[in-house]
Design a protein around this ligand. Structure first.
Ligand SMILES: Nc1nc2c(ncn2[C@@H]2O[C@H](COP(=O)(O)OP(=O)(O)OP(=O)(O)O)[C@@H](O)[C@H]2O)c(=O)[nH]1
Ligand SMILES: [Mg+2]
Ligand SMILES: [Zn+2]
Length: 290
């Protein structure tokens, strides 16, 4: 029988097949080959106990993509979620999420900024729009006030979307707002550190509509670029794209080389701060290897 993994806890995978959900263990062969069944995977299962809905995962179908943090397979849309404040946006962290989504060639990567009800001036919105709106579709929303939720819902329709972002930004709250029949647990923000308290523990695939699925995921505080190669990094900065391959040197690293087309466009369509983070990430990746 064919199904899809919607949750995995302690080596037991919930597989939606037809209108049933089977609790399945995974065969030892996956572990031996280093393959980890992942939420979003299409799988072949055998039913071991129809009455109690128990089975085993026999085969994992080829994945079209896989995010590592959060771990999720076969995604159409990554909603990179942050809040205007509480917690404040960490730009470097935002770029890390974007890079990881780019690397997986997810067709739709959008930025969603929540808690707009907490910003009166709108200054943070203007700042972010200037840098990111030429690069990504952006949504400025408030889960609490319901603002912008219709637009977000329209984006999600017909897709499998994963909400990724730090803890406490309101990922679960947004899913509840976009899909009113949902009742995901949401958490308080710690007053002292103004961060979430990791309310969501697991990646979970939720069917919100016949053809629309959303994955909620736990927030991450640190996000390393461990699977990214230094020489690939420039490919994941969308604004570099028009200039790649046009530098004087074919193997230009866009660091200290003369006649670098990337550097030539800083302050134009390449923002200084994004370029600086490119350098920072580049150094981080190189030092990890050394
Ligand atoms: N003011 C305001 N608060 C919000 C909004 N959305 C969520 N919150 C609050 O922010 C806190 C965290 O929300 P969650 O939805 O649990 O955040 P999360 O991103 O799912 O967090 P993790 O599951 O830990 O990763 C809760 O206290 C929510 O009530 C919003 O639009 N405005
Ligand atoms: Mg959550
Ligand atoms: Zn260059």
């Amino acid at each position: 029988m064919t199904g899809r993994i919607i949750k995995g806890i302690g080596g037991i995978y919930s597989v939606a097949a037809g209108s049933d959900i089977y609790e399945c263990s995974a065969r030892g062969k996956f572990r031996k080959n280093g393959i980890i069944p992942t939420v979003g995977d299409f799988v072949e299962i055998s039913v071991l106990d129809e009455k109690n809905k128990k089975g085993s995962v026999d085969e994992i179908k080829k994945r079209k993509n896989m995010l590592i943090r959060p771990r999720a397979a076969n995604i159409d849309c990554a909603v990179i979620t942050f809040a205007v404040t509480k917690p404040d946006i960490n730009n470097e962290q935002l770029d890390r999420f974007l890079i990881l989504a780019q690397q997986q060639k997810i067709e739709n990567v959008v930025i969603c900024i929540n808690k707009c009800d907490l910003s009166e001036s709108g200054d943070e919105r203007k700042r972010l729009e200037k840098i990111y709106s030429p690069l990504y579709k952006m949504f400025f929303v408030s889960a609490e006030k319901g603002a912008g939720i219709e637009e977000l819902r329209a984006e999600l329709k017909g897709k499998v979307s994963v909400f990724a972002g730090p803890s406490g930004v309101g990922k679960s709250s947004l899913i509840n707002a976009a899909a009113p029949n949902m009742d995901l647990a949401t958490g308080e923000i710690s007053r002292k550190i103004e961060r979430g308290k990791h309310t969501t523990r697991k990646v979970e695939l939720i069917e919100v509509d016949e053809d629309t699925f959303i994955m909620d995921s736990p927030g991450f505080t640190s996000l390393s670029l461990e699977y990214i190669k230094a020489e690939e990094l420039a490919n994941y900065f969308r604004e570099f794209e028009p200039y790649l391959g046009k530098c004087r040197f074919n193997d230009c690293k866009h660091l200290k080389e003369p006649d670098c087309e990337i550097k030539a466009h800083i302050g134009e369509d390449i923002s200084k701060e994004r370029y600086e983070r490119f350098i920072k990430f580049y150094d981080e990746i190189c030092s990890r290897r050394g």
